[in-house]
Design a protein around this ligand. Structure first.
Ligand code: BGP
Length: 465
């Protein structure tokens, strides 16, 4: 079968500033929470490798943009580092070196016919603002809006696709529910407040963007994890899956697309005494400033069943898991390196849900990918990694994206995570995701993998057989 995609489909990959740039102390950059946390607790990071050891995009972007071209990209998403652009949020002064760098990256991409997609926040709170409470503090929303406006004014003449956040649930889960990320809290009430302020920050930035005389569009990138009940015929399982979908997906999707929070989740938060502090004015801003375009990161579904033991609130307070159990579905396909289920049809279900329940919002797959450990073992005689598993992974997902398009989904592109192997939050370089290998022992030498050549063919033909 020939899977032919609509004309103008965006093909490319996604990355983020903090995971690729390096130079985490130089050229006027201030600390963000990752730089700080790594210096405080290096043992938290796999092999104690921190954000100072990246693929060094800051220095290598000329070569990297050439490699994007060589692998058939027509678009690429990265993020601006707030702590690089505005090292001191109090004065709001911009760092000229950062302006020069981001300008040059954007121009290089455009020169090669690669559309820059720019994200504003990828888990990288400036440390000085975290000291004020980070997203817990309503005032940080105002600092963020100033930062967003600065970015639009500096780069908005050339960047036509903007995103306010990448995966806003992750700072909630990582920083405030499970203690994976700084500030390592376990406090659902704080998590809810953080989620609300992120939604508010996004709506405020959208308002500012639309008020400027710019011709692009703006949205948000959400990681959507379709929630499947163990047994569709079991009411308690279905109810548990609906709650999980509400907490992890709809709490972000509904304000972004519809301008309000889901009623069942608001009722649940009230019941649990977890309502965030809000104002009518802020709620009106959320209501009036919805997105133009949605980025969908899809990696894995959630399998859910009703709680089997009675609900017990731990001494740390309520966690979502107190209200459901994870269903370990027999026979599910796993990526053993990341511990994530691979369920290709989930991408289709997600797109159809957007079509049916979210006004068929225009969207694109902003991340999808497969992290694999020890890829050196697949190097062939010519020195190229033969990552056939990655090609199969992408194809298997694209078949479902294609199917969704046939059924009317307005999905307009597909970005892989990621272009070249990069540093990851806790796993550092354990799992590699790129089309392009980065050899850290050889000054981050880049080598295109088999999947990179395959991707070039795919994008040349705008489809595959
Ligand atoms: C997404 C993030 C990325 C990236 C990716 C892979 O959630 O947006 O920043 O890291 O996941 O995950 P990991 O690197 O943790 O394996």
């Amino acid at each position: 079968m020939n899977y032919q995609f609509p004309e103008g489909f965006w093909w490319g990959s996604a990355a983020s500033g903090p995971q690729t740039e390096g130079v985490f102390k130089g050229d006027g950059k201030a600390q963000n929470i990752w730089d700080f946390w790594y210096e405080e607790k290096p043992e938290k990071f796999f092999n104690e490798v921190g954000p100072d050891k990246t693929s060094q995009f800051y220095k290598n972007y000329h070569e990297d943009v050439q490699l994007m071209k060589a692998t058939g990209h027509n678009s690429f998403r990265t993020s601006i580092q707030w702590s690089r652009l505005i090292p001191d949020p109090e004065t709001g002064e911009v760092n000229p070196k950062a302006v020069e760098f981001y300008n040059d990256v954007i121009n290089c991409l455009l020169d090669q016919g690669i559309e820059p997609f720019m994200n504003l926040y990828h888990f990288d709170m400036p440390m000085v603002l975290q000291e004020k409470g980070g997203w817990l503090n309503r005032k940080v929303v105002d600092y963020y809006v100033f930062y967003a406006k600065t970015c639009f004014e500096l780069f908005g003449d050339r960047v036509k696709k903007w995103f306010t956040h990448n995966e806003p649930i992750v700072p909630v889960e990582g920083g405030y529910l499970y203690g994976w990320h700084y500030p390592e809290e376990v406090n659902l009430k704080h998590g809810v407040q953080v989620a609300y302020h992120e939604a508010l920050a996004s709506a405020n930035a959208i308002e500012v963007y639309h008020s400027l005389d710019l011709t692009g569009e703006i949205g948000i990138v959400l990681n959507l994890t379709p929630s499947y009940p163990r047994d569709l015929g079991n009411e308690a399982d279905v109810k548990a899956a609906r709650l999980v979908d509400g907490l992890f997906n709809r709490s972000f999707l509904d304000p972004a697309v519809k301008g309000h929070f889901p009623e069942d989740i608001v009722a649940w938060l009230k019941e649990q005494d977890l309502m965030p502090e809000t104002t009518l004015e802020d709620l009106a801003t959320i209501a009036e400033n919805t997105i133009d375009l949605l980025g969908v990161n899809y990696y894995q579904p959630r399998r859910v069943k009703a709680k089997e033991s009675p609900i017990e609130i731990s001494s740390n307070g309520i966690l979502p898991e107190d209200f459901y159990d994870v269903y370990d579905m027999p026979g599910k396909k796993m990526n053993p390196y990341r511990g994530w289920e691979i369920y290709e049809k989930g991408i289709y279900d997600t797109l159809m849900n957007l079509k049916e329940n979210y006004h068929n919002i225009r969207c694109y797959i902003s991340e999808n990918g497969m992290g694999v450990e020890g890829e050196e073992r697949f190097v062939n005689a010519e020195g190229m990694i033969e990552d056939d598993y990655r090609i199969e992974f992408v194809k298997d997902h694209l078949k479902w994206v294609y199917q969704a398009i046939q059924e009317g989904s307005q999905v307009q592109g597909y970005h892989m995570w990621t272009c070249m192997d990069n540093w990851s939050w806790l796993n550092a370089y354990k799992n590699r995701y790129g089309f392009i290998a980065v050899d850290l022992d050889q000054e981050a030498k880049r080598t295109i993998k088999k999947s990179g050549y395959w991707f070039k063919e795919l994008t040349k033909n705008n489809g595959f057989n």
